[in-house]
Each structure stands twice: as structure tokens, then as C-alpha cells.
Unconditional design. Structure first.
Length: 498
């Protein structure tokens, strides 16, 4: 699933033909139907309604429809070429009553709460950088007691990628947002999923990828060249070689992921099962009777953000929050003494999460003011922090800050931290190149631009995209710092690693 539908599709007709030559009709990731069967081997599909999230050309979707006793499966993706292929193959196989495909846009999923018994995905979630928002949506659309089962491409750590990993990602040229198993599990827990399990598939894919590369160099080379052109095949041979380096080091970590959405009683918030109902789990481990204090607090904070983003600050009540979290009013009062305390903690969580995001981006960037400033700007438009849900909630709190000192203190501290880092980086650029400006004034201008673009994103909706906002901000860097950035905001010194 690519991040922006305004861009040319990442999986166009040529890419689909090439990947299918390696992995089979309809499959755009390794292992084909056998790997799908491994992922779902402990699931009970009897009568289930299933979502294949990031379905691609529909290979896994249709295999599940043909092989397992599910009632209905829906494939969802954001790229038109793959959905067109999937629909054509569904008609050809006569599976239109059991399988269907939906073309959507990045962002919130177009399904009602609790729509699916099982959410499945195969190597597609890597295209979504905001894991927290992703798993919040997955949790929302699974029915209580339902299951999540997927494979995905993770990385061994969340720090700056190694030189080998950066070389691989550049060769791949796709919108990968890889996360570590630890961050992925935290995002799943934050969403509310339980019984979380992961299985490292690195050893399997190291062996498989070597075989794929040998096939590309050998028997597949001539037919693949005829299908997509010699230069395309040669480029992918280089990509596979780069990928093997990070597979061998363990930094590239294909992984199976499993989880359950707990059944919650309205009175206590404790997981329970209806009489006579068997809960099927990929782990066969009973659900915990009580979640941790931190887990319950995160559920309530997440539900608060959701409610403020959709209803507004003034209209959000504790009843809305507890219903959204699937918890009782008593549980909410136990963790937060009042609505005001819950709102303050929600704002604190958002401020801390925002700071961690841009500071991590700076840490991962090359050790130069230009590279770090660019990383900071790019991070500010990343979907993890720059999405409709969080922007709307942030501005709702900001609008109340004038009359609420606790909000004002948190908002100002968040902004002062960001502005201070901007000022320091502007000072570093001035020192390097001798610019004739006041660093504080330039930093304030950049900050004001960022805030204004966020506001426009909130108000303009689909008429103004994050991609456009980011391009605007990067071009401004080119105008302000012409000795460090080109007109489009790319670094002049490419040794900075951007």
C-alpha cells in the first residue's frame, strides 16, 4: 500500500509482471500460497468475514477464498493497477460471491467498527510509517474476540539505518516505513490488541532470496527481460544483492505477527467470552483477565484523541471516551480522576510523542545542521504526527490554551522545544556559510510556516495533501539557505546522506 495516491503507483503494470514472474500470479511478496498457509495455519476461518489489508494483486486474497471455509473476504489497497488485476482474476476464477476488492485512499479505513472476524495482511504494512495509527485502525475494524494475522518486513532496530540498509532502501525505491519488532508490538499494545506474538522469518527469507537471485540471473533472466526490459531486470538484480546484505546481517527482518482483540465486559473492562463460545487464537493462550494500568490509560487517551478529532473539544464527554475505549466509566475514573485530568494527560502524551518523533529523526540524520534540519522538516509532515486525527486534536487544545493555564504551559513547552532546536540548527548553518540573518527570526519563520501548513491540511481536507505541504516547506529551505539546499530542498552536499 503506497502512501499517496497523487503519486504514480509504486506497483504499476511492469512491477506487477516482474514480481509475478518470481512469486506467482497475484503475489507481490515472497513465498506465494505456501507462506500464506503458514501465516494462517492456526486460524479458524469457519464462517468468518475476512479483510486482506494491502491485498496487492489479490493472490493471497483469492487463495484464502478458494482454500478456507470463510464466508466472505474483502481485499483493500490504495493502488489502482493492483485492484484492477485482482478484480479481473476474481471474475476469471468465478469467485465474485466470496471475494471482492476495494480501492481506497491512505488514512482511516473505509469500514465500520467491528466489521471483520479476521484481519490478514501479507508484507504490506511496511508501506505505512505510522504504526500507531495503523494498528488503531486495525483494532477498530476487528470485532471483539477477532484475530489479526500478518507477515511484514521489519527491521532489527529503530535507530539510524546502517549504510547497507540505506543502500538497500535506495535501490528498492519504495515507500518503506520499517519498524522494529519492539516498536511494532508497542503499537499493537497501544491499540488494544492482546496475545501478541511474533515469529522471526529472517532465516527462511535469507535462503529464499538467494534462490530468487539465482533464478533472476539464470533461467528467469531472458523471459523477464522480454516481459519488462533488460534495464528493469538488471536494476532488480542489484536490489536483490543489496537486500541479501541486510538479510545476512539481520537488520532486515521479515516477521509473522499475531494478535487478538479482547472481548470486554462493559461493567469491568475485563476480557470475557460468551457462554459456550470458543475463542480461537494463533497462540492458544487464554486472554488476560486484566490489562495493565498503562495499557488502560493508553486506551482512554487514544479514545480521547479520536473523540476530540471527530466531535471537537467542547462536545467530547467521558461517555464518548469510555465508549470509544470499550471501558466503563468506573475504569476511567479510576485511572483519571476527572475529565480535565484525562484531557491534560492526553495533551501531555501528544506533546511527548511529537517531541520524540522529531528528535529521533534528528538522531538518525547525518551529523550536519543541514541534514538534521531537513530531517526535522520531513518528520513534521510524517503521517505519524501529521494526520487528520492528531492535527485536529492539537488545534482543539491550542484553541483552549488561552483560558486554560495547564494547556498553555504544555503547548508552549512543546513549541519552545521545537523552536529551540530550529534556532540552534539555523545558527549552525549561519556559522558554516556566513548567512546574513538572525537565527532566531529565521527559526520563528520556519516554525510559523510549519504551523500554518498544518492548519491548512486540517481545513482543506483532500484538496491539500501532506506531499504538497512538505514540498512547500522544503522549497522554503532552498530559498532561505541557498548554500546548503537546492531549490527543491534537496541537500547540495549529498554526502550528508539525504
Amino acid at each position: 500500500m503506497a502512501q499517496e495516491t497523487t503519486q504514480a503507483p509504486e506497483y504499476d503494470d511492469k512491477a506487477i509482471r516482474f514480481l509475478e514472474s518470481l512469486w506467482g500470479k497475484g503475489f507481490l511478496s515472497p513465498g506465494g500460497s505456501k507462506e500464506v498457509d503458514r501465516i494462517v495455519s492456526n486460524l479458524d476461518f469457519a464462517g468468518a468475514r475476512v479483510l486482506d489489508l494491502g491485498c496487492g494483486a489479490g493472490g493471497a486474497t483469492l487463495h484464502l477464498a478458494e482454500t478456507y471455509p470463510l464466508s466472505q473476504i474483502v481485499g483493500f489497497d490504495v493502488e489502482e493497477p493492483v485492484i484492477e488485476r485482482a478484480n479481473a482474476r476474481t471474475i476469471a476464477k468465478g469467485l465474485t460471491e466470496r471475494a471482492s476488492f476495494i480501492l481506497g485512499e491512505p488514512g482511516p479505513l473505509p469500514f465500520d467498527d467491528g466489521s471483520f472476524d479476521i484481519v490478514f495482511s501479507k508484507d504490506a504494512l511496511v508501506h505505512v510509517a505510522d504504526k500507531e495509527a495503523l494498528f488503531a485502525e486495525i483494532f477498530r475494524i476487528i470485532r471483539p474476540g477477532g484475530l489479526f494475522a500478518a507477515s511484514d518486513w521489519l527491521t532489527s532496530h529503530d535507530g539510524r539505518p546502517s549504510a547497507a540498509m540505506r543502500a538497500y532502501l535506495k535501490a528498492e525505491g519504495l515507500s518503506f516505513g520499517m519498524a522494529s519488532p519492539e516498536r511494532t508490538k508497542r503499537a499493537m499494545q497501544l491499540a488494544g490488541l492482546t496475545e501478541i506474538k511474533s515469529v522471526n522469518r529472517n532465516a527462511w527469507y535469507r535462503k529464499t532470496a538467494r534462490a530468487e537471485l539465482e533464478r533472476l540471473k539464470g533461467p528467469l533472466y531472458e523471459p523477464a527481460c522480454e516481459a519488462v526490459g533488460k534495464s528493469y531486470v538488471d536494476k532488480n538484480i542489484q536490489t536483490w544483492a543489496a537486500m541479501l546484505v541486510v538479510l545476512d546481517s539481520g537488520e532486515h527482518r521479515p516477521t509473522h505477527l499475531f494478535a487478538t482483540k479482547p472481548l470486554l465486559t462493559e461493567a469491568t473492562g475485563a476480557p470475557s467470552l460468551p457462554a459456550g463460545k470458543k475463542q480461537h487464537s494463533p497462540n492458544a493462550v487464554p486472554a488476560r483477565s486484566r490489562a495493565s494500568k498503562e495499557f488502560r490509560q493508553q486506551q482512554l487517551i487514544g479514545a480521547t484523541i479520536d473523540s476530540i478529532a471527530t466531535r471537537g473539544y467542547a462536545e467530547t464527554t467521558m461517555a464518548h471516551v469510555t465508549k470509544g475505549a470499550g471501558l466503563s466509566r468506573g475504569i476511567a475514573n479510576f485511572h483519571f480522576e476527572s475529565k480535565e485530568r484525562l484531557f491534560i494527560e492526553t495533551l501531555q502524551f501528544m506533546a511527548d510523542d511529537y517531541a520524540l518523533h522529531w528528535k529521533t529523526a534528528i538522531e538518525k540524520a547525518a551529523d550536519s545542521p543541514a541534514a538534521q534540519l531537513r530531517a526535522m522538516i520531513v518528520a513534521d509532515f510524517d503521517n505519524h504526527v501529521c494526520n487528520t486525527r492528531k492535527i485536529a486534536t492539537w488545534f482543539a487544545f491550542l484553541s483552549e490554551a488561552k483560558t486554560r493555564p495547564a494547556y498553555r504551559k504544555l503547548c508552549w513547552a512543546r513549541d519552545d522545544d521545537f523552536l529551540g532546536a530550529l534556532r540552534d540548527l539555523c545558527q549552525g548553518l549561519k556559522t558554516e556559510a556566513g548567512y546574513n540573518f538572525e537565527p532566531k527570526a529565521i527559526a520563528t519563520s520556519i516554525y510559523a510556516l510549519q504551523e500554518g501548513l498544518w492548519l491548512r491540511l486540517m481545513l482543506a481536507g483532500r484538496d491539500f495533501k501532506r506531499k504538497t505541504a512538505l514540498e512547500t516547506s522544503l522549497k522554503t529551505l532552498g530559498t532561505l539557505f541557498p548554500k546548503h539546499f537546492r531549490e527543491d530542498g534537496t541537500l547540495i552536499d549529498q554526502k550528508d546522506g539525504q
